[in-house]
Design a protein around this ligand. Sequence first.
Ligand code: ATP
Ligand code: MG
Length: 287
Amino acid sequence: MDDSPFLVRPGVKVSLKDFNPRYTGDFHDKAEAHNKLQIGVQKLGEYQDVLYAQNTYALLIIFQAMDAAGKDSTIKHVMSGVNPQGCQVFSFKAPSVEELDHDYLWRNMKALPERGRIGIFNRSYYEEVLVVRVHPEILARQQLPKIPKGDRIWQQRFEEINNFEKYLVNNGIVILKFFLNVSKEEQKKRFLERIDRPEKNWKFELGDVRERRHWDNYMHAYEETLTHTSTPWAPWYVIPADRKWFTRLAVAHIICDRLKALNLRYPTVSAAHKQELLKARDLLENE
Ligand code: ATP
Ligand code: MG
């Protein structure tokens, strides 16, 4: 699969109108994509094993999206082949009182993956330039010493985020960022399903429907974010999200490609360690 249509090229101004949420590439339906996804999921498990053994890199995967775009189910499917010991998922909700008493990166920092692991952020510090931009009253509650006027606050945050990510990458944390691009119509369909199907009722919140009123503002905030924070060291991908089976396939494919490019290797064993292994074999065989 060619993932270049999803990559946000650094420095290019993003218009979400150029990204089709219904895109499914050469695939026509879920059944066709099934085998390919299974292969991707299995490969991901294999890469993760070497990532863990090598203990040099960590992979941080960030998911951002409107409600019901399929973040949860993408995470569930894509990570299904990975050893649970080698991965972790953090979901970021509205900040607590304690979290509000810190800078906005603090809680994210505490949740970063250690070397050898895959860490997933289900929402992230990007909410600070998305929901906070759409609802400026949240910013007013953040007890900041000084808020730059107008759009300057967002420019400042983009810069802070880019610098933070550069720091992480320099220290071995590889970053991939996915915006699951669901259409407003498909979101409506999924909300109606949550209302109509009893086993999905728990996922429905009235507030989510109210938030749809701000759809255009969110799209603007996303366009700005993608434009200013897709960098050579931490790129954004806009993933079509109206067909969940395609979303999973595309995400799995991009993660695999990135891990492959790291050229991961199991640690080589020193001559002394090899000697020890032989000695151990001797001991075992002569027990
Ligand atoms: P679900 O699929 O279960 O609805 P969710 O990620 O939408 O998952 P919720 O508990 O419904 O989880 O929503 C989390 C809410 O927290 C979102 O509305 C999000 O915008 C908000 N949020 C996350 N981070 C921040 C932040 N830094 N500041 C303010 N609000 C935030
Ligand atoms: Mg929600």
